[in-house]
Design a protein around this ligand. Structure first.
Ligand code: RB5
Length: 145
């Protein structure tokens, strides 16, 4: 199960991604706000990320104006590895090497077409493990220092 959250700067992008996930038959929960509503991006990040950490969700898609604020907030939550990205290489390698569990996109940065492609790459790429597991374990250790 995928969770999707957004602030008011990414309502349209959220709607486009939800449509895309439906077309692909991917199950998701929409935690986000709709037109005319407002939420601060740290609150949007927390709602979805808590459910990733608890195991209810496999991954999060988080949207704000830039993708940056919501990624900074998400990365404060223990167990979350969030990546703000706007290119397919980063979306692929943050899964392969970082085992990222949250993809953060900017509604004022990427168009719907590119965003949906980034979502596909992110969801369809498996973590490589091996030497990368040791590094991810070190990130987890940092959370406990
Ligand atoms: C909200 O206006 C905007 O600041 C927010 O969506 C985001 O871009 C922050 O990083």
């Amino acid at each position: 199960m995928i969770g999707i959250g957004n602030d008011h700067a990414a309502v349209e992008l959220k709607q486009a991604i939800c449509e895309h996930l439906k077309e692909r038959g991917i199950e998701f929960i929409d935690y986000g706000i709709g037109p005319g509503e407002k939420i601060d991006y740290p609150d949007a990040a927390e709602m979805v990320c808590r459910d990733v950490v608890s195991g209810k969700l496999e991954k999060a898609i988080l949207l704000c104006g830039t993708g940056i604020g919501i990624s900074i907030a998400a990365n404060k939550i223990k167990g979350i590895r969030a990546c703000a990205c706007s290119d397919a290489f980063s979306a692929k390698y943050t899964r392969l090497h970082n085992d990222a569990n949250a993809l953060c996109l900017g509604g004022r940065v990427v168009g719907a077409g590119l965003a949906c492609e980034l979502v596909d790459v992110f969801l369809d790429t498996e973590f490589e493990g091996g030497r990368h597991q040791r590094r991810v374990d070190k990130i987890t250790a940092l959370e406990n220092k």
